[in-house]
Design a protein around this ligand. Structure first.
Ligand SMILES: [Zn+2]
Length: 529
């Protein structure tokens, strides 16, 4: 259309440009230097993209006019060099809106202009793509680890490792942090028969020594599974017609996060205790216990019904009968999600295992929630229960996959809580497990002087790409997803409160935390400048 400049022509020498663009991606970001800004990637009808920023002083002025997916005309704006290690487009410049910029809504651009430009995996792996530029990825998920909880900057955040293949059957390692890790796990649990196609937009190429992988970056990235996009249909149609099954694997055990590996956490930073020492302990602390699972306490059940979207435990509500409470017909009780306030919650069973454990000094009980149980069973709960709509009916019937845990020895990182030593609650909460046999054996071997050279080279072999700056930031902005449990069980949050046991607390969380949201403010230090 006449009167519009093309994005490709934009240069800093003047401000009186006019473009007609769609907002492909929009997010708000906080940096120490810039405060809260609006960041966008916009595209014109030629398919050319450019980054645009609204500075903090102008956020209020433009916030209501800008929305992902909208088509706008922008008139009169400045251009600066596009720099840094998180560049969203390959345009040399980026737009900065001015107080005098004019923004107008207009009719949409031709459909299909979503700016999605997936890369060839080989070009990520062989280093031909510059890691300063964020990339789009489409791939068939062929391998996935269970979710790990990783300690990053004083917070626990979820991490999941995946392997994707492209049409050339090149395999790309991917690590997702924060909510995306949970979303992917949930999608996998409910995947059914079809193949999982993952679309990552604005992902970050991670380089660690010679190895390259892709991760989500800040709140720039977007991850979707089987999204409704023409590109996904085309990709799916061109995949080889093999029967490649999705493999659920153990994550690499020694992940570096905040400079502390899980192994160091278990071997150096957390004191080791026997079961007897753990039980005798009189202070809140964490410890590592090496012990063997001797039984699963079936009276406690082994799963609970959660509301799929919000993770909360659902509850049975009695039928509503006005003025008369005599209708106790069990059939009329309905499942209810107290958080979503929904009487027809989508159900997903999740593990809640009560393990009886022992070592040479005694025995105790450990409580494991879904993420950790998944690490032991390597099979999502729903695969053991099948599609269900009810509580555990016959607790003594344990699926074989759970029976098989009996007799296994692992390293458990256990939280000793006030209730355990003040009120003698005999169940301890586990917050990390190492299942890797080599590491367990090493832990079990009395420390003997070793040749230093061997030690060092081993350490290197174990390191994997996982420095996780994005992970920590993802957590801060998306911390609300983790409300409820198990993080609600931390002693700090219950200071001074009445003592309850874990089980009761878990049930109460489902009820009393209704509607309470602990949204954590976004914080991000923009190191790209
Ligand atoms: Zn819910």
């Amino acid at each position: 259309m006449a009167g519009f400049n093309s994005v490709a022509d934009l240069k800093p020498f003047k401000t009186m440009w006019r473009v007609k663009v769609s907002i492909v991606r929009l997010w708000k970001q906080y940096s120490a230097a810039g405060g809260l800004t609006i960041e966008m990637v916009i595209i014109d009808s030629n398919g050319d993209k450019i980054h645009a920023t609204v500075k903090k002083e102008l956020v209020n002025q433009f916030d209501h006019q800008l929305e992902q997916g909208k088509t706008l005309t922008l008139t009169n704006f400045s251009l600066n060099h596009s720099v840094g290690s998180y560049r969203t487009t390959n345009h040399l410049y980026k737009i900065s809106l001015l107080a005098t910029t004019r923004v107008r809504s207009c009719e949409a651009l031709p459909v299909g202009l979503n700016g999605f430009t997936p890369v060839n995996f080989q070009e990520v792996l062989d280093g031909s793509l510059n890691p300063d530029f964020l990339i789009d990825v489409i791939g068939h998920v062929v391998e996935v680890s269970h979710v790990e909880m990783i300690h990053v900057n004083g917070k626990e955040t979820q991490k999941i490792s995946l392997e994707l293949r492209d049409l050339a059957d090149v395999r790309l390692p991917m690590v997702l942090w924060g909510n995306f890790a949970d979303q992917v796990t949930n999608a996998i649990q409910l995947r059914g028969e079809g193949r999982l196609i993952l679309v990552l937009r604005f992902g970050k190429i991670k380089v660690w020594k010679e190895d390259r992988s892709v991760s989500n970056a800040y709140n720039v990235s977007d991850v979707q599974l089987n999204p409704n996009m023409a590109e996904v249909e085309a990709f799916r149609a061109m995949l080889p017609a093999d029967e490649l099954q999705l493999a659920i694997v153990e994550p690499k055990p020694l992940t570096l996060a905040s400079g502390v590996s899980v192994k160091d956490d278990f071997f150096i930073h957390t004191p080791r205790k026997t079961i007897a020492e753990m039980i005798e302990c009189r202070q809140v602390e964490k410890c590592i216990v090496m012990c063997t699972i001797s039984a699963i306490e079936t009276d406690m059940g082994w799963y609970y019904l959660s509301c799929k979207p919000c993770d909360k435990k659902v509850m049975y509500m009695p039928p509503l009968v006005a003025g008369d409470h005599e209708d106790d017909d069990l059939q009329k009780f309905k499942l209810y999600c107290p958080k979503c306030k929904s009487y027809e919650p989508k159900l997903l069973p999740r593990y809640k295992l009560h393990l009886v454990v022992l070592d040479h000094t005694g025995n105790s009980k450990f409580l494991l929630f879904d993420h950790l149980a998944l690490q032991l069973v390597n099979q999502p709960c729903i695969e053991l229960t099948g599609p269900i709509t009810d509580e555990v009916q016959d607790p003594d019937v344990l699926p074989l996959a759970l029976q098989n845990l009996i007799g296994k020895t692992y390293l458990f990182k256990v939280e000793i809580m006030r209730e355990n030593f003040v009120y003698k609650h005999d169940t301890f909460k586990v917050n990390k497990i190492i299942t890797n046999l080599a590491i367990i054996n090493e832990f079990d071997t009395p420390k003997a002087p070793k040749e230093p050279s061997t030690q060092i080279s081993r350490g290197h072999e174990y390191s994997i790409v996982s420095d996780a700056p994005e992970g920590s930031l993802m957590l801060l902005e998306e911390g609300s997803s983790q409300e409820g449990f198990p993080s609600e069980l931390t002693p700090a949050k219950r200071r001074g409160g009445p003592a309850v046991n874990l089980e009761e607390e878990f049930d109460q969380n489902s009820v009393t935390k209704t509607g309470i949201s602990t949204r954590v403010k976004k914080e991000k230090v923009d190191k790209s400048g």
